[in-house]
Design a protein around this ligand. Structure first.
Ligand SMILES: O=C(O)Cc1cc(O)ccc1O
Ligand SMILES: [Fe+2]
Length: 439
């Protein structure tokens, strides 16, 4: 297969034609009486028609058949651990840590949709307010099926195994240490190459944006040109019994049709799927003293209507130099009015060298105290403060949300990965209080 091509930019107005059908995009209008090549015009709206211009998102798809040619949707029970039921368990404010989530057994055949497991979440897709955090644990490619969420945008964080994501807009390949965003309503199919695991943040409220940079200036953190959107590529295939799987109000539905939904010959617009390589993140940090809040590491944010408060931020902890003088350099001890769900893509996380493992996770709920374990505290308190390259070969991330998250039954019990001894990592923190320590 030839190398995939991408369009570069975040939030841009793009246009793309499959080179096999030049001039497939109508010129100067969206709805010609007959479209070039006899294509159907279909608008995919990502915001209300009347959203302000700077927020307005829509794309026009020129496709062989309109999406409406399908049989009725019926309930589908492909993934029994996908849920929006936040009342399955009693509330639990404890610090939670999960060992790496199990991959499906090699003799099984589990695709991306069947492998979706909801770990925690809050809110309601019906009132378009909330989030769900899922993991996907799969080992087989989707076959004659496509998936979309009618509930929210999906920010996909591969941890193990590359994803080849065929979308209506074209194909993107996303490997660990890259992320992909497939927005509300966009249909996609995932092909994998073996045991595959990753995390998904689904936001019900709106769309992800790049954070404002304030005094940082016009450049830095995640730069817009590093976001890549696939190019148009169509399949003209009759496929009897092709399944369109729809996540709608937290439940799965399936509708059959007799053709590939990946039949878009050309498209234009600013409502698109995209990917981003986390290695491209330009880190800004303190070069004098003290520990900055982790908001400096925000890759993408889904804002709420309250100024400065995110429904959810996607934050990473990339390799970087640590140079602060007379400073306790690791994360400070804290209690936060936001919920912090963390995962590990590669390596280890500086505040917890042991126990927090790639493919595992942690949740520090609203106002639940947390911070470095005793080992980290001791070495950072008494180590020499030379410039140090930290987190080399590692990548931890955080989904930080202003919502108070509930853990599902699968997350709390069925997965059997909760580490009941997690609290112990703080119990041996020493009492240093003494008249002898004077600074
Ligand atoms: O809890 C965590 O490990 C995440 C985190 C990192 C940091 O550098 C500062 C605050 C914070 O919540
Ligand atoms: Fe934290």
């Amino acid at each position: 297969m030839s190398e995939l091509k991408y369009l570069s930019g975040f939030g841009s107005e793009f246009s793309s034609e499959d080179p096999r059908r030049p001039n497939a995009l109508p010129v100067g209008q969206n709805n010609p009486q007959i479209c070039p090549y006899g294509l159907y015009a279909e608008q995919l709206s990502g915001t209300a028609f009347t959203a302000p211009r700077h927020d307005n998102k829509r794309s026009w798809l020129y496709r062989i058949r309109p999406s409406v040619i399908h049989k009725p949707f019926k309930r589908f029970d492909a993934s029994k651990y996908l849920t929006h039921n936040w009342d399955e368990q009693e509330p639990d404010p404890n610090q939670s840590r999960w060992l790496p989530f199990d991959l499906p057994p090699p003799e099984s055949r589990v695709d991306f949709v069947a492998g979706l497991h909801t770990v925690c979440g809050a809110g309601d897709a019906r009132s378009r307010h909330g989030i769900a955090i899922h993991v996907y644990l799969c080992n087989a490619s989707m076959d004659k099926s496509a998936f979309y969420s009618s509930d929210g945008d999906l920010l996909i964080v591969p941890q193990k195994g590359k994803l080849r994501i065929t979308t209506e807009f074209g194909i993107m390949e996303v490997a660990p240490n890259e992320i992909a965003v497939v927005q509300l309503g966009m249909r996609f199919a995932v092909a994998v190459e073996g045991p595959t695991r990753g995390y998904i943040l689904e936001v019900f409220d709106g769309h992800f944006k790049l954070p404002d940079l304030g005094p940082i200036g016009a450049n830095g953190l995640a730069n817009p040109r590093d976001f890549l959107t696939p190019v148009a590529r169509y399949h003209d295939e009759e496929i009897p019994g092709f399944k369109i799987i729809n996540k709608y109000q937290g439940a799965l539905f399936v509708a059959e049709q007799n053709h590939s939904p990946f039949d878009v010959v050309a498209w234009h617009g600013n409502y698109v799927p995209y990917k981003y390589d986390l290695n491209r993140f330009m880190v800004i940090n303190a070069v004098t003293f003290d520990h900055c809040d982790p908001s400096i590491f925000t890759v993408l944010t889904c804002p709420s209507t309250k100024p400065g408060v995110a429904i959810a931020d996607f934050v990473i902890f990339p390799p970087r130099w640590s140079v602060q003088e007379h400073t306790f350099r690791p994360p400070y001890y804290h209690r936060n009015c936001m919920s912090e769900f963390m995962g590990l893509i590669l390596g280890s996380y500086e505040a917890k060298e042991g126990g927090f493992l790639p493919g595992g996770a942690s949740l520090h709920s609203m106002m639940t105290p947390h911070g470095p374990d005793d080992k980290c505290f001791n070495s950072a308190s008494f180590g020499e403060l030379i410039p140090q390259k930290i987190a080399v070969g590692t990548q931890a991330f955080m989904f930080e949300s202003s919502l108070s998250l509930a853990i599902t039954k699968w997350g709390a019990e069925t997965c059997q990965k909760l580490d009941a001894k997690y609290y112990e990592c703080w119990q041996k923190l020493p009492k240093l209080f003494s008249d002898k320590i004077k600074i």
